[in-house]
Design a protein around this ligand. Structure first.
Ligand code: PLP
Length: 428
């Protein structure tokens, strides 16, 4: 018996909101059943409208690096709100957050705050095109860069190495300049550069892919991209909307030791409020308006509430040992899950990138590309998902989403999760 109040609430919501949700990933289309309505969260736990508690591994799809309702973050937001929520004029908080980001990610010399990861990626493409005077962009199959027209390429649609993708609702003219290649396949990228190199403005990549479950890039793949971009004059754009402040505190760029030209940030940078950012080399960033000709603006960009929330989150997260402890916790979680899966005879492969993780129901020990993820046992994931949900563990309702850990995940949450997994694995 699943939660009861969620069902009528979802029915009602569906009459007013498309599909009953405001972001497609929240619907339970892939796993079946009714989305669970939540009413509060504290630390690692969320509570649904029936009062049932869950250990949360969704964390709003990544932003809540300090867990739900962290006291510092709540205080920063309420104190700031009491002084006014938006001015349309510069505030010190914007500079403070930019300084904090730069201290954590020294490769980012200049920043522009925006309101969503989608905006950051959209602006990255426009800036790269303006700066290089070239039109083509290259992205990878299974990577997600928000719902940007030119980047919204149907994953799993049979798009091949040299294919030119299309997407419903997007004029062909917009995607004609988008090239795609398989993730972690540097030879395919080399071929594309051989053919199109002098017309490629940017390579956009999730250095840790978190939108086809969690699949870290091979170091040689990212090094290869850096070299190809340097040779051809294309900009290397790391989409760290998800991996930023997670793969390592300094993001995937710190984890791999590779500097991109531009970085897209989102999710954790706002600590649960809507903000995101585009950052990178000053000589490139200064091509944005008002110093440069590439237009970009936003009514609520850099708004005080989101800046305060982001600052409080990053200040707490960057205290010595705080992120490292959450990474160590994540490793123990995965070790515990693998042990219990093995005990029940369920083949399980895992990936970890800092406080991001991926669970794969496969007996393969190599998951590097979209096809590897798609080949996992989807039926088994569905049963695992619903079993864990019933047992009070909240995972994303899709085998193509990463899992997230916060600094608030403690021994109690770990034990609760592993006990639940032991029972659920036994039923698979
Ligand atoms: C979530 C995400 C985006 C889009 O961010 P929104 O804030 O949802 O628009 C872009 N890129 C990556 C890698 C993401 O994970």
């Amino acid at each position: 018996m699943m939660t009861s109040r969620s069902e009528p609430l979802f029915e009602q919501a569906s009459q007013y909101l498309v599909g009953g949700v405001n972001s497609a990933v929240r619907a339970f289309r892939a796993v079946g059943g009714t989305p669970v309505f939540m009413r509060r969260g504290e630390g690692a736990w969320i509570e649904d409208v029936d009062g049932k508690q869950y250990v949360d591994y969704v964390l709003s799809y990544g932003p809540l690096a300090m867990g739900h309702a962290h006291p510092d973050v709540v205080r920063a937001i309420t104190d700031t709100a009491a002084r006014g929520t938006s001015f349309g004029a510069p505030t010190e908080l914007e500079t403070e957050l930019a300084m904090k980001v730069q201290a954590i990610m020294p490769g980012i010399e200049r920043l522009r705050m925006v309101n969503s990861g989608t905006e950051a990626c959209m602006s990255a493409v426009r800036l790269a095109r303006g700066y290089t005077g070239r039109d083509r962009v290259l992205k990878f199959r299974g990577n997600y860069h928000g719902h940007v027209d030119a980047l919204l390429v149907e994953a799993g649609s049979g798009v091949l190495t040299l294919g030119i993708p299309g997407s419903p609702g997007v004029p062909a003219a917009v995607t004609e300049t988008t090239l795609t290649a398989p993730y972690n396949d540097i030879d395919a990228v080399r071929q594309l550069f051989a053919e199109y190199g002098d017309t490629i403005a940017a390579v956009l990549v999730e250095p840790v892919s978190g939108n086809m479950n969690c699949v870290p890039a091979l170091p040689s793949f990212l090094r290869g991209l850096r070299e190809l971009c340097d040779e051809s004059g294309a900009l290397l754009v790391f989409d760290e909307v998800m991996s930023g402040f997670r793969a390592a505190l300094g993001g995937a760029q710190a984890w791999y030791g590779i500097d991109p030209d531009l970085t897209c940030l989102g999710k954790v940078i706002g600590g649960g409020l809507p903000t995101a950012a585009l950052g990178g080399r000053a000589d490139v960033m200064d091509w944005l308006a008002p110093t440069g000709p590439v237009y970009q603006a936003g009514t609520l960009s850099g708004n005080p509430l989101a800046m305060a929330s982001g600052l409080a989150t990053l200040a707490a997260l960057s205290q010595p040992g705080v992120h490292a402890d959450a990474v160590a916790w994540t490793a123990r979680l995965l070790e515990g899950l693998r042990e219990r899966a093995a005990g029940a005879g369920v083949p399980l492969f895992t990936h970890q990138a800092g406080t991001m993780f991926g669970l794969f129901f496969t007996d393969s020990d190599s998951v590097v590309g979209f096809e590897d993820v798609a080949a996992c046992d989807g039926e088994r994931f569905k049963r695992f998902f619903h079993g864990m949900l019933e047992a009070g563990v909240y995972l994303a309702p899709s085998a193509f989403e990463a899992g997230f850990v916060s600094t608030a995940h403690d021994e109690t949450a770990l034990q609760h999760t592993l006990d639940a997994a032991e029972r659920v694995f036994a039923d698979l």
